[in-house]
Ligand binder design. Structure first.
Ligand SMILES: [Zn+2]
Ligand SMILES: [Zn+2]
Length: 73
């Protein structure tokens, strides 16, 4: 993470995760990549249905593992 093109997405994720109450400005989402093909496979960590594909290890993760548990790879 940290690439400029993911900046808006990251702040949106923190907003969704309840880390901030500031609603981020509209952004161009990389959802075609993050939520594209393969993103609905089982979470690589806990096997629940994933919704986020990690841009680094390219493994699917559920919202809880990726955002709430701050997935590192
Ligand atoms: Zn998980
Ligand atoms: Zn990863």
């Amino acid at each position: 993470m940290g690439a400029d093109r993911f900046k808006g997405f990251v702040s949106y994720g923190f907003y969704k995760g309840g880390f901030t109450t500031t609603k981020p400005a509209p952004f161009e989402s990389p959802k075609d990549y993050m939520y594209g093909s393969g993103s609905m496979a089982a979470c690589d960590n806990c096997s629940s249905l994933s919704c986020t594909k990690c841009p680094r290890c390219e493994k699917p993760h559920c919202f809880d593992c990726f955002w709430n548990k701050l997935h590192r790879c």
